[in-house]
Design a protein. Structure first.
Length: 291
């Protein structure tokens, strides 16, 4: 009887996994090749599943992701500690690749709204053959379908950044599920079933319970170990400033967070990529994280 119960629990747990997590990982690629939407399709969705119950009690204490300023080609200890915390507690989350032996970088962008620079960034990424992940809100996807189609067709990841960009440290498990599921449903319905299992917490705010919930829906929570204050469109300081900030903080295994609304980032992107490669770094997709 106990054996039967264990099998039943396992089946139920598997059924809760997000379809993105079960399909997109088979689409790993080392170079930036075109991705067909059909490779990421599935009939199941987060919104159709029950709210996963936590198998243990997780803290509801609000946390804001901190990464520290890396220097001398090494990640800041804050990022190292954060990555260890995720691993030690078996959370499906990461901010730093501590497994890969080579000098790898993972380029990611947060896209809360469109400010006219995403196309230029995509142009550079295509020219340089660099993969990236774009974490979008639902409004960004709805208002810029041509850009989203381009991201997908050129091999990039369109990640889940929620429907309304709330703090996941301040909403219920049901609301979290609806925020993730609502974005996922729209993406699948409007982009030929496309979906990938990567989520970024709005504002970088979360709780251990939220980490558990996101993981139980089949998503990896993607944090970062390298960033700078680039999101204020009224406080841009020029491409050279962006270049210096990013290059001075490079370190092996870095997950880089930039904002696509930044004119500085768009202007510096080509130079950043060239200099990183000159220093022996390789840009990889999140699909290849830790490989």
């Amino acid at each position: 009887m106990k054996g039967y119960f264990k099998v039943l629990c396992l089946i139920l747990a598997i059924s809760l996994l997000c379809s993105c997590g079960k399909t997109a990982n088979n689409n790993s690629q080392g170079t930036l090749n075109s991705v067909t939407n059909e490779s990421n399709t599935s009939e199941n969705s987060v919104s159709e599943s029950a709210i996963p119950e936590a198998m243990a009690t997780f803290s509801k204490e609000k946390k804001s992701h901190s990464y520290g300023v890396a220097k001398d080609g090494k990640p800041h200890e804050i990022s190292v500690t954060a990555q260890k915390y995720f691993e030690d507690n078996s959370f499906n989350a990461f901010c730093l690749d501590t497994v890969s032996k080579s000098k790898v970088l993972y380029l990611t962008f947060d896209c809360g709204y469109e400010n006219g620079y995403t196309s230029k960034i995509l142009d550079v990424l295509k020219e340089k053959n660099v993969p990236a992940a774009f974490f979008c809100t639902l409004n960004e996807v709805k208002d810029n379908k041509e850009l989203i189609n381009r991201m997908i067709s050129e091999g990039h990841i369109v990640g889940n950044h929620s429907v309304t960009h709330p703090s996941f440290a301040e909403i219920s498990r049901e609301q979290m599920k609806n925020e993730i599921g609502g974005f996922e449903d729209y993406l699948k319905e409007n982009f030929n079933g496309y979906c990938e299992p990567y989520f970024r917490f709005p504002k970088g705010e979360y709780t251990d319970e939220a980490l558990n919930l996101v993981g139980s829906l089949g998503y990896s929570s993607v944090f970062w170990s390298l960033s700078y204050a680039d999101w204020d469109t009224n406080a841009q300081k020029g491409a050279d400033y962006a270049y210096e900030k990013v290059i001075s903080r490079l370190h092996p295994g870095a997950v880089i967070l930039l904002h696509s609304v930044s004119s500085d980032n768009a202007g510096a992107m080509a130079k950043i990529i060239d200099e990183a490669r000159a220093q022996g770094y390789e840009f990889k997709s999140l699909r290849d994280f830790g490989k």
